[in-house]
Structures are given as C-alpha cells and as structure tokens.
Design a binder for this molecule. Sequence first.
Ligand code: PLP
Length: 477
Amino acid sequence: MSISVSSQLAPARPADLPAMDKLLQHPQLTPLTAEYGITLITQQLRLLMDELRTRALAGKLTQSDIATDSVIAGLTTRLREVTSSRLKAVINLTGTVLHTNLGRALLPDSAIQAVMKVLTQPTNLEFDLASGRRGDRDSLVEALICELTGAEAATVVNNNAAAVLLMLSALAPQREVVVSRGELVEIGGSFRIPDIMSSAGCTLKEVGTTNRTHYADYERALGEHTAMLMKVHCSNYAVVGFTKTTEIADLVTLGRQHQLPVTVDLGSGTLVDLAQWGLPHEPTVRETLATGVDLVTFSGDKLLGGPQAGFIVGRKALIEVIKKHPLKRALRTGKLTMAALEAVLSLYRSPELLPERLTTLQLLTRAQSDIQAQAEQLQPALQSALGPDYRVSCEPMLSQIGSGAMPVDSLPSYGLVIHYCGSEKAGRHIMQLESRLRQQNEPVIGRIHKNAVYLDCRCLTAVQAQRLQTLWSSDGL
Ligand SMILES: *Cc1c(COP(=O)(O)O)cnc(C)c1O
C-alpha cells in the first residue's frame, strides 16, 4: 500500500501518536530489547513520545514523523546516544605531549598488560605471600623506587597534590613551613601551595621576595614553631632576570643545624637524565635526594610516563610517620594504578631502552623528520576535505612537553597549519573549523594560533593517521 506524499506531510495531532504499549510490542523492538533492556527502552521511548507530543501541539509534526518506522528509528538513535561513552579517545594534535586535560602520560604496553591482569583476577595487592598475612600495597613498588632513586623508603598515593598534602599533614600539623615567595606556585586546576598548606593545617611562612630569596631570609624565619623547610620546583613558570634562589644544599645545611626536615616538591620529577636524549635537563629525583634533602614528592603521570600517582620518597623515619597518618589510607592508590606503576618503573631498570619502550619518551624524542613525513602524507587528504576556502600547509612548529615540565623549552616539531582564504573574515571560520575537528566522531584536538588552526603531528600515531586519512579522503569535514 502506498501512502500519498500529501498525506505523509499532513500535520499530526497528539491524538494521532502511536500508543506506547503497541510500540513496545513491536517485533522490531526485540533486538533493541536484547541490547539495551526494557527499562532503558521504556524510559527513552517515553521521553521521545513527550518530545513528539510537544512538537504536535506546536503544529510541527507530520504524519510521516509518527509512522512506526520513524519512531523506532528515533528511539534507536536516542538509545545509541545515551549509551555512548562520555569518555572518548581523542587525537592529541595540540603539540603538548603531557596534556593534563587530555589525561597526561599514555601507558606503555607492559603497563596495559599488567592492568588487564589485575582487572580480571585476584592479586596479592595487600597480601604477603611469604607469611600468609596482610601485606602493605606500597611494598609492591617500594624497593624498586628506592633502587631507582637512592631513597631509603617510599610511599605512593593518588597524585602529587595528595603526596604534598599528606606529607604536610603528617609532619607539620599546626606548625610553620618555610617556603620562598618565589615558589608559591599554582598548578593549573587549583593546586596552590598556600591552599594545600592551610588544608593540611600548617602555617605558611613566606620568605624573601618573588624574584630573590637569600639564605639569610630562611635563617631569619626559623623559630620555635617551624616544622619544615620546603622548596617547590617552579614547574609551570620561570622567574628570569634579577633573581636569586637559595641552593638546596644550603637549605639542607640550615635544616641540619636546626634539626628540621628539608623537603622538595619536584612536581614532574624524572628518574633519568633527559639530556642524554637531547631533551632539556630536568633535575632527577636521585640528584635531588643526593643533595641531602629529607623528602622529595613528585607525580607519576608527568615525565615519569606512568599512571596518575604521587610519590613521597626519602628518609625512612619520616616515611614511617607518613604511612601511619590516617590520610594515607584516604589517599591510597588503587590496584590498577599499582599494576601500571610497577610495570612502568620496571622499564627504568633498562634506561637505554626507554625511548623505545616508554610511550612518553617515545613521543618526546620523535625525530622532526619523522613527524614531517607524517604531516606531508596527511596534507592532501585534509586539503581536499576542506576545499578551496582553506589552505593547508606543512610547517615546522614547536611542541611543548607539558604538565609544567620545562615551561620555557620546546621541541622542534612539524604539523599542518590551516588558513582560511575565502572571501569572509577569517576569525569565525577558523574558530568553527577548530570546533568541527573537535566534534568529529573521533575528535581531533588542535589549537588556534595567529588566526590559523595548528595541528602538531608529534603525538599522532600511525594508526590514527591512517584513520584520519581515510575519513578526510571520503567524508570530508
Ligand atoms: C604537577 C605538580 C603538582 C601536582 O601534581 P599532580 O600529580 O597533578 O597532583 C604539585 N606540585 C608541582 C610543583 C607540580 O608541578
């Protein structure tokens, strides 16, 4: 039976809508029910019918909109949308390797395998296989961390912010912690040293000035309420020009004289000297401990290239106090983290193989020529997808390490630069293009710079490049 076009386009009234229970009995719903379950289907169908009723009342609904097939098609789309994951894999073409908003370090294969194991099987997470008694989850990685850093002891928590909070709460409650005014940092997303201090119940004793802090400033600040001398690594900024900082070694001397612990929040912290691969030097955890400081805190998912975690390493007597603090329990890491961490730390036993094995280092040490070749291969597909109103060129550019590491240094990279060359004003088109890329099925995250969209190919994998090539060659953008 064929229905005429005019009757299909005739307006539909609320009373014309198909009945819910009829629809729910429809044979086409059987496969949907198997996939989504009747509860979700009923809920989404009700919402869809409400929407159709509103449109009917507004006179914006036709007979064809309420045909059973259309309603079921609409329902299927809704079900697909509500069940699709909010956490999506994206393609990072920002040029920032350790991008906090994009989840920082990517894990190497060995860590993925280790995580899979603990996901599906019981483990000795907190069970001592030798004695058959309860164990300590830190013991899974503590010896390895000590081996790699020269520390006497170590503990791991949820992230470095937690590490600093725990260290201060355990060692300096109700007392003063001396920090230079040049180091009162804010790390993006509300980690601020003064706020962490007050959350931990400590009093921040600021010394010196923003650009210059002398040994004598620290010395003068010490008193009966002092609990700790703390240095914070300037991770995401640089103080340049007329500056003076006090060497860690001098603070150690001062701390020893007054029997006060000296601690360093290293932020990114790395376990190997990155200069051996032509990257800027960042103080290693071992070097920092070798100056004689009592404790060092650092992140697991910045330069270390592991999962989100925070470390406190150093003097055994202090670590023991920290481990007994109730916050340690509240801030502890989960088993997935421990599994990934052990796998990543193990890679550091063969440091010369790290650029092949540790994803973060792979990305940081990628040859510019390699990145250039990839950009050049992708250029024609993107140019044809965008059409003549845009000009896509391959250009050298600078990548950032990210996550606060070495904020003033950047890495020579290569990528695609998209300029608008149509007849209208470029600004709006460039913003729209950046947004369209971001809202692709597999989102591409670039950045706008000098009225152009920049797509840095440093973090683009071969597989992602292939998918983009196929997508842009077929569907356009
Ligand atoms: C990144 C950073 C932190 C916070 O570390 P998270 O692991 O993100 O919690 C704290 N201090 C410094 C100096 C940092 O660079």
